[in-house]
Design a protein around this ligand. Structure first.
Ligand code: NDP
Length: 299
């Protein structure tokens, strides 16, 4: 007899909308106390299509919740010195609470230097080593926006994580590695037994098949297939990849690291791409910016 599994969608659209509503109410509250609205500044270098889309979406979301926002644009040819000077200027601008530099940056710019030049108090992307170090020790900090968004997604979906085996595939400093640390922390969401996999992992499928919670952050289109997933698992797809598709107006479509059609038949919960973690990342960013404006994180 054919098996019919019904899965629940981890719907980033609905969850992030409810978070934005709460943030907007807090902004109203600040205004009613005659305080200014939180202010996020984004720096965009070059004109990469995906980066343009992400930054536009962040600015749009700021407007929606009542934040101030500003966008500083530079051509691809901007020098590292010029960019660092601008970051230092924004660091000391008391009217700006949060600053992000959209990645990737051109090859002639040292990303690590840029990340470390942003004042940790304004680092609402949560990439600065001070924030990441404090995250490891479970101290007040800005969590990296994507892993933070995933925690919010799990929380809003009412999924308990304690005691579960969480497998994270991908170990980047901005997604996979911090995600693995957060899922292992003594908190909820958290308290998982965590396995962190990467490109040198041997027999990846045998590990992913043991995951109660599988988080894929690889950057390889539809890499995770149904035979790599345990029956009833929670599957979170972080990947966002543009693939050519002549049938669309833009000539491309977005897909994730998970083969959604195959995997959805097997799991209990799954996040879609688009409409999943991408929107939650922005929710995490907005929450960090609000905390920055309220001076909630002290170093
Ligand atoms: P990186 O390229 O920095 O890291 C990819 C990771 O995947 C690496 O650790 C790499 O291993 C690992 N990997 C690559 N191939 C395999 C494989 N075959 N098996 C196991 N592991 C593998 O990417 P990011 O972490 O920055 O991003 C990952 C994806 O998430 C991308 O598609 C990106 O666009 C997306 N993304 C989405 C966001 C969102 O808001 N939804 C935010 C940020 C990223 P190794 O370390 O050994 O090289």
């Amino acid at each position: 007899m054919e098996k019919t599994t019904s899965y629940q969608l981890l719907d980033g659209k609905t969850i992030s909308a409810s978070i934005r509503k709460d943030i907007a109410a807090e902004v109203e509250q600040l205004r009613s106390e005659s305080k200014r609205a939180p202010h996020l500044c984004a720096i965009l270098v070059g004109n990469d299509g995906a980066s343009e889309t992400y930054v536009a979406s962040k600015i749009r979301n700021c407007k929606e919740v009542g934040f101030e926002s500003s966008l500083v644009r530079y051509p691809e040819s901007v020098t590292e010195t010029e960019l660092l000077e601008k970051i230092r200027e924004i660091n000391s601008d008391t009217s700006i609470d949060g600053l992000l530099v959209q990645l990737p940056l051109p090859k002639h710019i040292d990303v690590q230097l840029v990340t470390e030049t942003i004042r940790p108090e304004k680092d609402v992307d949560g990439f600065h080593p001070l924030n990441q170090g404090r995250m490891v020790q479970n101290l007040p900090c800005y969590l990296p926006a994507t892993p933070y968004g995933i925690l919010l997604m799990l929380e809003h979906a009412g999924l308990s994580t304690s005691g579960k085996h969480c497998v994270v595939v991908g170990r980047s400093n901005i997604v996979g590695l911090p995600m693995s640390i957060l899922m292992a922390r003594n908190s909820e969401p958290g308290n998982c037994t965590v396995t962190l996999c990467h490109s040198r992992t041997t027999d990846l499928s045998s590990i992913t098949r043991t995951a109660d919670i599988l988080i894929a952050a690889i950057g390889k289109p539809e890499y995770i297939k149904a035979n790599m997933v345990k029956e009833g698992a929670v599957v979170i797809d972080v990947g966002i990849i543009r693939i050519e598709d002549a049938s669309t107006k833009s000539g491309y479509r977005l897909t994730g690291d998970v083969d959604f059609k195959e995997v959805a038949t097997k799991c209990s919960h799954i996040s879609p791409v688009p409409g999943g973690v991408g929107l939650m990342t922005i929710a995490g960013l907005l929450k960090n910016t609000l905390r920055a404006a309220k001076g909630e994180v002290r170093f």
